[in-house]
Design a protein around this ligand. Sequence first.
Ligand code: GRG
Length: 301
Amino acid sequence: MVQDKFDINLYLKERGKKVEEVLEIYFPKEKDYGERVISAAKYSVFAGGKRIRPILCLAGCEVVGGDWEKILFFAAGIECIHTYSLIHDDLPCMDDDDFRRGKPSCHKAFDEATAVLAGDGLQALAFQFFTHPDLVKKVNKTKLLKAIYIISKAIGLEGMVGGQMADLLMEGKKGNARILKWIHLNKTVRLIEASIISGAILGGAKSKEIKALSVFGKNLGFAFQIVDDLLDLVGDEKKLGKKIYSDIKKQKLTYPALFGIEKTRELAEKHTQKAISALKIFGENAQPLKSIAEFVLYRVN
Ligand code: GRG
């Protein structure tokens, strides 16, 4: 029997919708004196992101034979963390971006103080999702604690926050490939890798599978960030939902700034190939992750 071609766009749409359903149903209701900050957090979460990180978490669970529908709360929490990071990243004291996901950034639609609080609230909400009673009753508690530890480490001082700090400190300075790699590893790659690994752990992955997925996640994360750097130069503002040339204006240390566009594209392709090679041990089950890696390389937003 000839197998139908795997439809990555349909897959992303359907999995993204499942995550959004959980977010919609369980998002705190806008009421009482906290209404404004809940509205701001909701505004950014439902502004139309690709939901790549939560989908990767579900795919990490699926590829090791786990039941991805059981961990939708965990995936929803990951999207809350990602959205918090985008809200804070857009603030005037950080990257100062007026548009995100095709809409005014949170601090533009509301105000700076509200955006800071909305980001803080989303980070806490993530942990509410990670420890939600409806998730806790469905998964192994030791595995759940391990998954939460991995995500916490990836987003904190030794991960995303540290990477963001270094990224800001390097603005306008002459960097090199080693510093750039460190920034991207911490700012972007660690959360992407942790999203996949946490899903795999919750799905019952063996240590050999976690090792392979870690190689996949790191390479996918670098490809993702390198393509992000390229899109800032050659992307379409309408499709991206934000202004281009923002890295140049802020004199950011990026791959194209160091290596030029052509070499940067080659690097993204190399990382994608390495990511896909790491999936060999999963055989046909790897199709969704393989297609996500290709989607990331050719993405336009
Ligand atoms: C504020 C602690 C803190 C960290 C910020 C996420 C981040 C770190 C910075 C965002 C700047 C940036 C453009 C990073 C490149 C990678 C990235 C996170 C892109 C945006 O992610 P997508 O493309 O966005 O998955 P959507 O909107 O689709 O969810």
